[in-house]
Design a protein around this ligand. Structure first.
Ligand code: XIL
Length: 375
């Protein structure tokens, strides 16, 4: 059953009207903030069998310029919630080129290894992110003076080494990330690989990744491709072409960095369905819903209700599409969200407050997962 806008608003009202002081009181008050409740009624427990509910694991990237230590290794409460709530984890930055391959002859696998180990210990699958991208590449690569042959073997070696290291441990790899512009052109000038080696390198990246881990599902991933538009059209055409050439492409995923400033992409489900019709898996990989913060810094009830509605509709669209079995939010607590760092004046984009207490969006997700489990 798909909860309506009103249902999401009702979650907001309920969650906000429960006074904090009631937290410690005995049953029947259902309060998402009570620790006992948190143990049993989690997202992963509510989810239908085979449906993976994931989050990014905070670390690297913007976190390195924040006044706190590495969240994943330093924050025990963070790790507890990460294990309790999610059945899938994605490396937020720890498998990106600049992080995992900081010098030409040196890899830095430490943190990625820890994430993969943590996932095994907690019966979670892992999404690998990412292998061919225009952003967050190390200076030695972007500023190096390499011949085309050298660049080709640099990419090949990287993919073989990184994908091979986690062979069997990664459920889905974002092989290619953000290769198209809004108008559906390849990002040729920005993307070092496409610029220097031509568009054929994209197929090679998928082939190399497949050789290194034949079981991993290989994805194209991008933002702004939630709806049917020039960019998602470009992916549909490219993927159809690659599949016709038997290139091992298995999935298409929408990041879903949404904002309450804009309308919800109401054709999300229809868009995912046209990729499913090609025989592809689909996924939501980086969902967050940012909002303009009022001067007080505290979102209004109406904003939280709208946010819950966007989270809920994104989840519902995925649940409704065959082969959309992986749904990942880009961080679960505002404590570590990338949003305030990248979008001035915006924030509160995740499903939990900084103290890990749950927002209406959290309740909306859990309730929709539970309904889907019963249908
Ligand atoms: C973001 C991370 O969350 C930040 O920590 C980092 O500083 C920048 O990148 N699309 C993607 C993600 O594919 O890798 C980006 O993650 C967000 C947009």
């Amino acid at each position: 059953m798909k909860p309506t806008r009103l249902a999401a608003a009702a979650f907001a009202a309920v969650a906000l009207s429960v006074p904090l002081t009631l937290v410690a009181s005995a049953a029947p008050v259902v309060d998402d903030r009570s620790p006992g409740h948190a143990k049993k009624d989690t997202l992963r427990r509510a989810a239908p069998k085979g449906f993976h509910i994931g989050t990014a694991v905070a670390g690297g990237g913007h976190h390195e310029s924040q006044p706190y230590p590495d969240p994943f290794t330093s924050d025990r409460e963070y790790r507890r919630v990460l294990a309790a709530e999610f059945s899938s984890v994605s490396a937020e930055n720890q498998m990106k080129w600049e992080y995992i391959h900081p010098e030409r002859d040196r890899y830095n696998f430490g943190m990625a290894d820890r994430i993969v180990r943590f996932a095994k210990q907690n019966r979670q699958v892992v999404r690998g992110h990412t292998l061919l991208w225009h952003s967050q590449n190390p200076a030695w690569l972007e500023e190096g003076d390499f011949t085309a042959d050298e660049l080709r073997s640099i990419l090949r070696d990287h993919i073989k080494r990184v994908v091979g290291r986690y062979r069997g441990d990664i459920q889905q790899w974002d092989v290619a990330n953000e290769i198209f512009t809004e108008t559906g052109e390849l990002r040729t000038s920005e993307n070092i690989w496409i610029r220097e080696l031509g568009p054929g390198i994209i197929a090679d990246a998928f082939r190399w990744a497949h050789e290194a881990d034949p079981k991993a599902k290989l994805f194209f991933n991008d933002y702004g491709v939630e709806g049917v538009n020039a960019k998602s059209d470009a992916y549909l055409a490219l993927i159809a072409q690659l599949r016709a050439q038997r290139v091992p492409v298995h999935g298409f995923s929408a990041q879903a960095h949404l904002s309450t400033r804009y309308g919800f992409p109401g054709d999300l489900q229809a868009n995912l369905e046209r990729f499913a019709a090609l025989g592809l898996e689909t996924a939501i990989t980086e969902l967050d819903v940012r909002m303009d913060l009022p001067e007080s810094g505290v979102p209004t009830d109406a904003q939280l209700a709208q946010q819950a509605d966007y989270y809920n509709r994104t989840l519902t669209a995925c649940l409704n599409v065959d082969g959309c079995d992986s749904f990942t939010i880009w961080g679960f607590t505002d404590k570590y969200s990338w949003v305030p760092v990248f979008f001035e004046g915006e924030g509160a984009a995740t499903v939990m407050w900084e103290d890990f207490s749950r927002k209406p969006a959290y309740s909306a997700l859990r309730s929709t997962l539970a309904s889907a489990s019963r249908r």
